[in-house]
Structures are given as C-alpha cells and as structure tokens.
Write a protein that binds this ligand. Structure first.
Ligand code: SF4
Ligand code: SF4
Length: 191
C-alpha cells in the first residue's frame, strides 16, 4: 500500500461534497476531524487515505483522488467508524456510495480485481440471499484469472478446501430470498 499524497495547494469547491451528501444522505460538512473513525478502523494499514482524511478530501472537492483511492475498495463495511462518529455520520455508507460513484462514473479502481470481487459478492447475495463461497470463488477466479487460473487454483486450493469441508458445493438459499431480491430491485431503481 502506498499512502496517497494529497495536493498541498487546494482551492476548495463544494460540488463534489454536495453530490456525495445528496447520494448518501450524510452530512459530511458536520465532520470536525476528530479522527475517531480512523482510530477505530481495522484496515487502515491497507488504505492509502485514512478514513478521516478521505472525508476531508470529499469536503474539499478532491473528486479524482477520492474516487480512484484504494481506501473505498479496502473498506470492509464493518461500520466501526460509523458507531464511533460523534456527529452521527454514517461513514461506512459514504464508502459504499463512493464505490458506486466510482464505478458509475468510470473511475478505474487502483486494484482492478477488487471491483470484480465486489461484483461477484453482490451477485451471489442477489441470487441466493447469502454468499455461497464456492460460487463466489469460481466466479471471481474465472473473471480475474480466466479458465486457466480457475483450473490451477481449483487443483491447488479448491480441492483441498472441499476435502476439509471448508467449502460447500451446493448453495443454501435464505427463506427471505424474495425480500432480498426486492431490496436489489429498489436499489437499482434509485440508481
Ligand atoms: S469520526 Fe466523524 S467527525 Fe470524527 S473525523 Fe470521522 S467522520 Fe469526522
Ligand atoms: S466501515 Fe470501512 S472505513 Fe469504517 S471502520 Fe470499517 S473498514 Fe474502516
């Protein structure tokens, strides 16, 4: 991980902040940079812009730096930051909003495979209401490494994991599958 050097001469402009606030429903301008979000985040070691700095960057209008950052993809959506924020800012939801914006507005992720994993995860949840590890591993490896990579990894790791009972071949389906499918439909409608 390389820490992103943010520009030192910044002329703040508010259009990006307004866009993120509107899409996420979160009041980013309420942030007073206490750093509690960053101090509680378990994955800052792998981020290029710490969460409180990312929020500040949105505030200042550094759209490109934010939407191209590793941070928005490294975020594990654990919500530790959200529960710690004294101003009630849902930072995890902002991260999710930024991921969507970066994809929809054509910003390339700094690590190309991370969005692939993200999409494979969501597709698995959309289909069955929960993640099926085998399906997720197959779909992700096929997209990221092609058929050759899938065969190689399947032989190296997949078979061993199956033998040890770490992977389930047949997917489970949750009872509330229809409700989950409605959640996806409503979210896609809202854009
Ligand atoms: S915890 Fe909330 S107020 Fe504090 S830096 Fe993070 S976003 Fe800003
Ligand atoms: S939701 Fe993301 S940014 Fe917030 S604490 Fe968890 S990993 Fe860190």
């Amino acid at each position: 991980m390389t820490v992103t050097e943010l520009p030192t001469d910044i002329i703040p402009h508010s259009s990006f902040r307004a866009e993120v606030e509107e899409k996420s429903g979160q009041k980013i301008s309420a942030c007073f940079q206490c750093e509690k979000c960053t101090n509680g985040c378990p994955v800052t070691f792998a981020m290029d812009i710490a969460p409180h700095r990312l929020i500040r960057s949105v505030h200042l209008g550094l759209k490109e730096e934010v939407l191209k950052s590793d941070t928005i993809w490294v975020c594990a959506s654990c919500e530790a930051c959200t529960t710690r924020c004294p101003n009630g800012i849902d930072i995890a939801h902002i991260m999710d909003t930024l991921r969507q914006m970066s994809q929809r507005q054509g910003f390339p992720a700094s690590r190309k495979n991370v969005p692939l994993l993200h999409r494979a995860f969501l597709t698995s949840v959309k289909r069955r209401g929960r993640v099926n590890e085998t399906g997720l591993a197959v779909s992700y490896t096929l997209k990221s490494a092609g058929l050759g990579g899938l065969l190689k990894q399947g032989m190296n790791q997949g078979l061993g994991m199956l033998r040890r009972g770490k992977l389930r071949l047949l997917p489970d389906r949750v009872r509330a599958g229809d409700q989950i499918s409605d959640i996806f439909k409503n979210t896609e409608k809202k854009g």
